[in-house]
Ligand binder design. Sequence first.
Ligand code: FEO
Length: 165
Amino acid sequence: MMLSKKMTQAINDQIGYEFYSAYLYLAMSAHFETQNLKGFAAWMREKFAEEQTHAMKFFDYVNDRGNKVELPALPQPSGKWPSHLAVFEQSLEHEQSVTARIHKLYELALAEKDYATQSMLKWFIDEQVEEEKTVTEVIEQLKLIDSRGTAVLVLDHRLGKSAEK
Ligand code: FEO
């Protein structure tokens, strides 16, 4: 059974939002490259890759249901942040907006009694819990350390390692 027109539109919008997420993390990665924080940059680059897989999961799903993917335009992401903390805080804010959007999609799937879409979205609902948790941990750690201290380099090294996994 094909997706409703409304659901197709909503998922196509979400494909765009996931690609925008990727683009935002790529901008954050570029920002950390200029600061010579290679670990932070690698971590953001890993998020960039992850967001593309999210977009493609939705892309494949629309195709699998026999509907047509239509890609929306992407806004330009911000490129400058006043502190390391500000970058991660924007990342958390962004993930919270993604979570809200996924929940809205799920509500639409419930309203339409579209069980297959509900099932597909469950992966994203769980993923968002993980995404918010991971970035919150980095924010908490950054708050504990002086922004110019050697501890930043320790965290940079640790995030770099975690991006390699
Ligand atoms: Fe695709 Fe970070 O949510």
